[in-house]
Design a protein around this ligand. Structure first.
Ligand SMILES: [Zn+2]
Length: 455
């Protein structure tokens, strides 16, 4: 065999994944344009409620005839297009992201500084949240049921909030010498919200000043916080990253990058013969529990509404058939290999930035525990769809065996007897206040979901 033949054989027989930027200039400009729409979406959707509202509004303008949606408690949304043939194609993402939540009785004053008590949400590295600009998003529901929306820290003229860190000069014993996981205590992650006393003599005069401002601006009193959901998120807007602008730095990309791609794929999918659903779920970052998480029966509503729209009988058998015939991309992100920390990955089964959308057969940890393990048959099907549509894809296991691991909503969806595989782009700095994605991976993820819907 000569060199040329050997090269040919290697190309034919080997599995390779490639860098998405090895493409034409027109590809690059397509990816860059698509990224602009994505960045705008991210800057407007910093909470699950805001994402549902945004997608809802967009649906009104972009829906095709017969399309419908279901909203669950303002935190889940399903976009549905009923097809003529049997079979359901579902792309399911989650729209909650790691953040800092405000406690129920948050406001206190200490050493004449007014602060909010917080409780962090999801898997964060606590030190990343100290001394960065933070914004407050959410709702306060008053005793009479009136819902007051609060959004402070996003407008250029708005104030922001900060969780104060300790100066290096004095942090030697209480922070620096401890293990990182012990050094930054969740209970100390309190937010500065004011410092002017309302009166010279009154006790807790700074706290009272804050209450009076809140009352004037929003008509709320202290007890109203008991029935509020206020989320603290980075007051940082999405930005291009790098001299070549190939990457995007932004908050909340896990997993709104998949939600964005799934809705774009839904709106742009050609008329297909099967039923397609873009599903957006809450509470993934805290175990998928609650009535808006993947473990809730919201999926049952989706099944029933589709059956009703198809004018089919709704009974136990038809619902069971609906799920058995469903094919699902659990659209969630993976952790891309960080060049400075390659050792936590096994290179042949890791995912790389710019190398396309990632298919993950199983997540979980230590001996595949807690994993949805997609069947070989289903993986083959999805791989074929992607290859036929010329999608740049790669595989990705989350870290070396026994290095750690993680989960997604895949296993909860699979428990309904659906075929499920994890599929989404790989991020750098996942779960940080400023996560990093790639513009080619964004475009390939969209192309993958669209091809899946159109199959
Ligand atoms: Zn995720």
């Amino acid at each position: 065999m000569n060199k040329k033949e050997m090269k040919k054989m290697k190309k034919e027989l080997s599995y390779e994944n490639r860098n998405g930027w090895i493409n034409s200039d027109s590809y690059k400009s397509e990816a860059f344009q698509f990224a602009e729409i994505y960045k705008d979406f991210l800057s407007q959707c910093k909470t699950e409620r805001e994402t549902v509202q945004f997608v809802y509004n967009e649906f009104t303008n972009r829906k095709k005839e017969g399309d419908f949606l279901i909203v669950n408690r303002g935190k889940n949304i399903a976009l549905i297009r009923v097809g003529k043939k049997d079979g359901i194609k579902l792309v399911a993402s989650h729209i909650d992201a790691p953040r800092i939540d405000i406690k129920q009785n948050p406001l206190f004053e200490d050493t004449e500084v007014a602060m909010f008590h917080t409780h962090y949400y999801g898997g964060i590295k606590k030190y990343q949240w100290f001394n960065i600009p933070l914004a407050m998003h959410g709702v306060v529901v008053k005793e009479n049921g009136e819902s007051v929306e609060i959004k402070v820290g996003e407008d250029e003229k708005d104030p922001i909030f900060v969780i104060p860190d300790l100066l290096p000069h004095l942090s030697h014993k209480v922070v620096d010498e401890k293990k990182v996981k012990d050094a930054f205590e969740g209970d100390k992650m309190n937010l500065i919200v004011g410092s002017i006393p309302i009166d010279k003599e009154e006790k807790d005069a700074v706290k009272l000043q804050v209450l009076s401002i809140l009352n004037e601006k929003y008509g709320i009193k202290e007890e109203d916080f008991i029935s509020a959901e206020l989320e603290i998120v980075p007051a940082l807007n999405p930005k291009d990253l790098g001299f070549d602008r190939s990457l995007i730095a932004a908050y909340g990309q896990d997993d709104r990058i998949c939600a964005f791609c799934s809705k774009e794929a839904f709106f742009n999918a050609k008329d297909n013969s099967k039923t397609i659903v873009a599903l957006m779920i809450d509470k993934e970052e805290i175990g998928s529990d609650g009535n808006t998480g993947a473990k809730s029966r919201f999926l049952m509503d989706v099944a029933i509404e589709v059956l009703k729209a198809k004018k089919e009988t709704v009974d136990f058998e038809s619902i069971s058939n609906f799920f058995r015939e469903s094919e699902v991309l659990s659209s969630d992100v993976n952790g891309a290999v960080n060049p400075m920390y390659k050792d936590v990955h096994e290179k042949d089964n890791a995912s790389y930035i710019n190398h396309g959308v990632v298919m993950t057969k199983f997540t979980g940890h230590g001996g595949k525990y807690m994993a949805n393990d997609a069947s070989a048959e289903f993986v083959s099907k999805v791989r074929t769809i992607f290859n036929n549509a010329k999608v740049n894809w790669q595989i990705g296991e989350l870290g070396k065996v026994d290095e750690g691991g993680g989960g997604t909503i895949a296993k909860y969806l699979a428990s309904w007897n659906m075929d499920v595989i994890d599929c989404g782009p790989a991020l750098l700095s996942m779960h940080s206040p400023y996560e990093i994605s790639s513009k080619t991976d964004l475009l390939e993820t969209y192309k993958a979901y669209k091809a899946f819907f159109e199959d």
